[in-house]
Design a protein around this ligand. Sequence first.
Ligand SMILES: C[S@@+](CC[C@H](N)C(=O)[O-])C[C@H]1O[C@@H](n2cnc3c(N)ncnc32)[C@H](O)[C@@H]1O
Length: 228
Amino acid sequence: MPTQGSNTLLLSRLSKTITTGVREIDIAGQTLKIHELGDVYDSLTGRALTGSWIWDSALLLSRWLVASQLDLRNKSVIELGAGAGLPGLTAALLGASRVLLTDIAPLLPGLVKNVEANELEDRVEVRELVWGSDESLSRIGESRGFDVVLMSDVFFDIEHMAALGRTLKMLSGSKTRVLAASEVRFWTGECLNELASQGFEVVEVPSQEGGVDGGGDIFAVYNIIPPC
Ligand SMILES: C[S@@+](CC[C@H](N)C(=O)[O-])C[C@H]1O[C@@H](n2cnc3c(N)ncnc32)[C@H](O)[C@@H]1O
């Protein structure tokens, strides 16, 4: 079992309080049930895995999808670093015909639980996808060229951006829309600059200003345009 110290160290970098339970989130007149798990740990480091909870960026992206003009009906959607899967499940409620929720292996049972809790098994699948891993990508090989790629709170470590960029390039076709929500932290700009150095164009799109649910933190939604 990890010590409280190791959790605190990890979470203080990302400013998140551990919560456990089921959250009910209203999405366009429907309710999504999302389990947040406080007992999913990295077997090597013993640290709590950050994808076990809904981050505020996921709430922002989910609300952005509801409010935007983006038509998700009959679209194929993949979520990277999905964690608890809120934005991807939102896309399914908004009419996406196929949604792939992806993350590292220890988080997949929690994602499956959230798909089942909302009876979305007919439209939503869960797969392992480690950024930059050719093996992960080959397992979903037939699914490249998604209409929409969703990401929330994944710009936390510049060292992961080369791998994330490689995966984004592999998943994107000429018409793919890549949307990412993030809390704007000290290192967010560095992560986005790293993606820009790989040829991505990063454009902030209008979203709810300021914090989520009255908090003081700053968030943004980005359109990440892959290089041709
Ligand atoms: C801060 S959490 C955000 C979770 C969720 N997107 C949200 O906003 O609630 C970052 C997520 O990225 C995932 N992640 C980090 N590094 C990854 C990698 N190399 N490959 C795949 N997923 C990764 C984590 O497992 C975690 O689910």
